[in-house]
Design a binder for this molecule. Structure first.
Ligand code: CMC
Length: 436
């Protein structure tokens, strides 16, 4: 018998099946069985065969991927093998983007070419500006982003050639380059301010700050500490393997939709408060708590179920301190030295202190996640809370694209089409209206 196999005995029939175990790495981590191997297990010849039931895909691998490695028990996160801590300290967002997309760090010539291609694609069509103008002044910028990124597919109909490598590359440049422009325009629209066009002489982040905050000065000069802080936050958010939005990107991409439509769907998935909307929810929660002395009562209401969740705590995969949260907490100090301390910081620190000693949170392995501190930093920089998930979306675009590209090149790719356990009525005859 193959030692790398599983023997399953079906007690309904007494039959045994030997199923291969595959892909185990890192001392057994990630060992899987092929779900289709279960289909041969049948109660009778007419039986369809055994399926698995896994709401929320908590124990199902939807793909093989080489982009990001995550060990939630140990609190480890690596992009293409490089620890997140090293990238946050030594890399830049554009360099990390190249790494995620191409698999290796670029040399100088490769980085210059990649940066030049991004800089050349930052402009958006004037009609997209008109589209943004059409949104209500208080439109949530994530809604505006979902709409405008989706609309880009109509401006670049060539994007549907998803099997053409050169064409794919062009859409990647366009998306990475235009996301900050779309986000900044959505922000300026919500403030009733005129749009600021990209400045090619600034860095990727410096230009984003320019489009957000340039006033009447002739040339915008980004504060280097804040520029670096946004760059690091973008690196931390650049990819996180098969989460809700990335799975949406792969799922929509699996029907060979163009990457603008697929990215728009990923942004929509990110919008929810359990995912990218969490940093916005953290800030609202901290403001609602209002003072350090009300923290114990708030924790009590979370535990009793009166308040549903402690936002910024817990993670589907991390059952340890999220390594990104550690970096964010440290980064907050650098930013607050420039902006002044966010008054909500004390409430956050007290929440963390109490929660990490409380059995409810300890027993469920609930630790601060990346969103617990990132919102405080963004708020101190002057971003309104509605922009927090937008910042997440800009940074994550490259991760979505790296995963989408990997999907398109994967010989095992298939249109995503889960099964269901049907629990509805058995066949019944239509009843005429007068007889109901
Ligand atoms: N506060 C209080 N209790 C919680 C929390 C929380 N934040 N998160 C999970 N729990 C409890 C939950 O009630 C359940 O308790 P019980 O076993 O008694 O029913 C247990 O912990 C397990 O929860 P779960 O819902 O099965 O866990 P999940 O893996 O499905 O959820 C999560 C993960 C991130 C959706 C959840 O922890 C959560 O809602 N956190 C708050 C929202 C948040 O901060 N999201 C950002 C995630 S990081 C950024 C990103 O990747 O998007």
């Amino acid at each position: 018998m193959d030692p790398h196999s599983l023997t399953i005995t079906d007690n309904r029939t007494g039959k045994s099946y030997e199923i291969p175990i595959q892909y185990g790495t890192y001392s057994g981590y990630g060992a899987t069985i092929n779900a289709l191997d279960l289909r041969q297990i049948k109660a009778s010849d007419e039986d369809f065969g055994l399926l698995t039931y896994d709401p929320g895909f908590t124990n199902t691998c939807s793909c093989k991927s080489s982009v990001t490695f995550l060990d939630g028990e140990k609190g480890v996160l690596r992009y293409r093998g490089y620890p997140i801590e090293q990238l946050a300290e030594q890399s830049t967002y554009l360099e990390t983007s190249y790494l995620l997309l191409n698999g290796d760090l670029p040399n100088t010539a490769q980085l210059n070419e990649w940066s030049r291609n991004i800089t050349q694609h930052t402009m958006i069509h004037e009609n997209i500006k008109k589209l943004i103008d059409g949104f209500h002044h208080d439109a949530h910028p994530m809604g505006t982003l979902v709409g405008t990124v989706g609309a880009l597919s109509t401006f670049y109909p060539d994007a549907k050639n998803v099997h053409d490598e050169a064409c794919r590359q062009k859409q990647i440049w366009r998306l990475v380059a235009k996301m900050p422009t779309l986000a900044a325009f959505a922000y300026r629209h919500s403030c009733g301010l005129p749009y600021v066009y990209p400045d090619d002489e600034l860095s990727y982040i410096g230009n984003f700050m320019n489009m957000l905050w340039k006033a009447s000065e002739l040339k915008y000069q980004p504060n280097p500490i804040l520029e670096k802080a946004i760059d690091v936050l973008f690196i931390l958010h650049a990819d996180h393997e098969q989460n809700c939005s990335t799975s949406s990107m792969r799922m929509v991409g699996s029907s060979y939709s163009d990457p603008f439509s697929a990215t728009s769907s990923a942004i929509a998935a990110l919008y929810g408060p359990l995912h990218g909307g969490a940093n916005e929810a953290v800030l609202r929660m901290l403001s609602e708590i209002g003072s350090v002395k009300r923290v114990p009562a708030y924790i009590k209401s979370v535990k009793s179920g009166e308040v549903e969740r402690l936002m910024g705590f817990g993670h589907r995969v991390y059952k340890n301190y999220d390594p990104r949260a550690k970096i964010c907490k440290k980064l907050a100090g650098d930013v607050f030295a420039v902006t002044g301390v966010n008054p909500l910081l004390d409430i956050a620190l007290e929440l963390e202190r109490i929660a990490l000693q409380d059995d409810y949170f300890i027993s469920r392995k609930l630790y601060p996640n990346v969103d617990f501190y990132s919102g405080l930093i963004y708020q101190a920089m002057g971003f309104p809370v509605g922009m927090f998930p937008v910042l997440f979306a800009i940074a994550r675009t490259v991760g979505w694209l790296a995963q989408w590209q990997e999907f398109i090149l994967d010989p095992d790719r298939k249109i995503a089409r889960p099964r269901q356990v049907y629990c509805g009525s058995d066949e019944r005859d239509y009843v005429a209206m007068e007889k109901r």
